[in-house]
Ligand binder design. Sequence first.
Ligand code: ADP
Ligand code: MG
Length: 613
Amino acid sequence: MQKGSIRVQTENIFPIIKKFLYSEHDIFLRELISNAVDATQKLKTLSSIGEAKGEIGDLSISVTLDATAKTLTISDKGVGMTSEEVDKYINQVAFSGAEEFLNKYKGQNENNIIGHFGLGFYSSFMVSDKVEIITKSFKDSPAVKWECDGSPEYQLEETTKNERGTDIVLFINEESKEFLEAERIKSVLNRFCRFLPVPIFFEGEQINNPTPAWTRKPSELSTEDYQNFYKELYPYNEAPLFWIHLNVDYPFNLTGILYFPRIKQSFEIQKDKIQLYSNQVFVTDEVKDIVPEFLMLLQGVIDSPDIPLNVSRSYLQGDPNVRKINNHITKKVADKLEEIFNKDRKEFEEKWESLGLFVKYGMMTDDKFLEKAEKFHVMQDATDNHFYTLEEYKASTSALQKNKEGKQVILYATDNIQQDAFIKGATNKGYKVVKLETIVDAAFINQMEMKWSDVHFVRVDADIADNLIDKQESSDSVLNKEQEEQLRKLFEQQPAGLHLTVEVKGLSPEAPPVVATRPEFMRRMKDMAAVSGPMGSFYANMPDEVTLTINGNHSIYQQILTQNDSGTQEKLVRNLADLALLSQGLLKGAALTTFIERSVDLMAKKEVAGTEV
Ligand code: ADP
Ligand code: MG
């Protein structure tokens, strides 16, 4: 028997490792099974080049629990190790990983610093009092048994083992006894080992799919295969909209499938995230630094051996490969969207409700994506459901919808029902109004006005139709200055919580008698104030700015101005103003009650007047 001391400077390495690894103990199983997979793959390679002789036989890996002995065993039929190899790879190499770790993080005691720093084989000591390796190499040499109780002392001796391969036996320690429960092991296997390339058995059942869709050629896969794989990943989700099969081998290796999920308008925080794999070993689903932020809503799998198993945040941020991966994914996604848009615009438009969110978010946050997305970003008409690209919208509205600065004005509605009268008013003038009603649109509009310097967005109820496109034209009313002044006075009573500005204009006699509008700028500030910080509360506390535009050409004013009863005259005016506010959703509470009472009162008066005649 060989006895020795593992060559490591630090006397008691294990207590320290345990402390560091505290937050993610279950990765030990991932590490040991990865080693078993590596050993199996090595054997396959050696056999294929004739270095390993004879039948290779069944190569599956098995995980077994022994409750009485309190052991967990990982067995493979891979290359195995000779006594010299155990000495070299376990005593020296594997430990050097542990030592490197300790040197790197000496003196730090953040608990999960190592969450992403695997120690390979030695992570087994996080959960074990003692670890045994019983291994027989594919080479003609005796089987050996190595054991170590977590102190730097180990024992290495010959043993009997008939089959080629390695058993790693963990004597699970008291504080880790959860790993003696089948359910716990099953869930860890399911998390980390689901798509490993070698069959893995636990309790008589194979727990993995060794050839998941992303590892296969796109040409071999049907639509159904892609959808089935999606179901395998996210069993409870609706079928995805479409997917992108990634396959890159230069300048880095990357495969994967990204799915576009169906998103509802009021989408919840994403729980089904993209999963990152390294050679089919699950690494993490915290892919924040690898996938561009705006694509975090996508789902699926990315597999890259160029990303080490044990990724740390700081590593990822500084890694040039990660940047490249990021750019590549962005480009692929943009290309795919453009392809669908060009090939099947109808399908694209049908999916816009879900897609729009990605696209707009991408356009706001990534200039490279913006450049591409301008070709396929669409806006839907608020009245006839037609979709325009920006170019198409410009082409069909440029004659009418240019303001005095020559900017293209995009008229939009956020609520078809509430803004109905305004939409009608605008379309009657020949304008085109688009729907921008999703949760990202307010921010989108602000961002795009900065990026598209020749475009100005105006909400359809920001002003009366005649003024929506600021052309500095004026129109005269049939009223004389005195009458206009009289009307202005009548309308100028300030309701609580509002700041009214009254103007008299000569609009078409068919246009409404009064229109209430909220200036675009103030309304946007208020909308943003509703969701943001200190600057926000400044705007939030300001009264609502409302402009009442009185259409002097409307026939009702002839009646009102000649009305003898000043009480009735005031009531009529107040009712007209309230109707206008009502259409903007600004008439609430007591003001609304007063309006109703006043309306009833006016109707009753009419009734009396009627009987008198
Ligand atoms: P890594 O896998 O990153 O090399 P590990 O600490 O996980 O580091 O393993 C150290 C070495 O021990 C491996 O490179 C391999 O040579 C050897 N080894 C570990 N497990 C096995 C196994 N099941 N079969 C054969 N060799 C193994
Ligand atoms: Mg390893």
